[in-house]
Design a protein around this ligand. Sequence first.
Ligand code: CAA
Length: 388
Amino acid sequence: MSVGIDEISFYTSNYYLDLRTLAQVQGTDPEKYYTGIGQEKMGMAAPDEDIVTMAANAALPLVERIGPETIGTLLFATETGIDQSKAAGVYVHRLLGLSANCRVVELKQACYSATAAIQMACALVARKPDSKVLVIASDIARYDLDTPGEATQGCGAVALLISANPRLVTIDPEVGNYTEDVMDFWRPNYRSTALVDGKYSTKIYLKALKKAWEHFREASSLAFADFSHFCYHLPFSRMAQKAHQQLVKLNRAGLSSAEQEAQISNTLLYNRIIGNSYTASMYIGLTSLLENTLEDLAGKRIGFFSYGSGCVAEFFSGTVVDGYKQALHTELHREMLNARREISHDEYLKLYQHQVPTDGGEYTFPEGTTGRFRLAGIIHHKREYIPC
Ligand code: CAA
């Protein structure tokens, strides 16, 4: 029996800032963003949107298809937590009408936790092959204004259905792990924006890739040449290009630049116009690969490198399933991305500066999202989510 990803659906906000606009205001060459970091646009969440509404929007098409009662477990991965105690997935559970017998929990380890959730989901399904686990990764990437991280913001959520005999990608049990206690990127509880040692974080990312790959090679009989494509964690798309160059070099693979690029280029398309979505980003990258590759990927093996600052990293592998194209939500995703509205720099600042009040008073959120769920208000410190 194989276990893996049966369906994927993602969501991002209806607003984006073009990085040319940011560059113009900053007096920076836009090519620094478009070429230097490989990003064109960044998604900006509406004031009435958060990880819960984005998660529910991402999962809705999938839940509508299989029926809410079929999901036995919901694992919610995020590093944009909204509560120190209550799992964000419990709100999503109600919004999606999941069964009262469905277990829900939230997982955290920076951008890595969706991968932990998927591995746990695969283990649950292997134990009980008729069960289905919904994994949702949802994040809003935020850095301080006028810092190098500002251009790498973004927002998005991805929902993955994990099942036996999946229709999209089977996941192999062998993995390579690497963990080290470092301070490259973190967000203390009292801050709404991340702190980051940017250049150091890119070095640690590359070190973790090398170590996780070496461990993977000890655990698995697969070699570099067995993979046709690679999905990397995508803080910005140039990071994946650098990572892939390193992996090619490590393996003395002798590929031309064009061959190297072909192994990752289609994974980058959505991220370039959404920005960083932390836990969701590598899986939006996988969606981008499956939805934008014309050739049939059935039977092709994909290498995944998941990285979460702090840091925990994992390299694992999967194989694309015959007939996968029928199980994709390609049109839905393209329509959503095409329907987004470009915002001015002033509108960006307004969205950026919108604060969720903390005084416990009654607050009604301004309307902005075009999604199917919104954060309507806060009363007595309780968030109120409603369908639109
Ligand atoms: N035309 C073309 N390229 C240009 C250019 C121009 N006019 N001007 C600059 N560039 C290039 C630079 O040469 C550089 O390329 P190389 O890296 O290939 O040398 C690139 O643009 C970036 O420019 P800088 O080196 O000046 O970098 P910066 O000071 O703007 O910072 C950054 C870049 C460190 C990535 C910053 O955006 C940042 O801190 N981002 C947030 C942290 C992050 O994403 N880290 C990634 C690893 S951690 C992780 O993955 C977890 C996570 O999700 C956060």
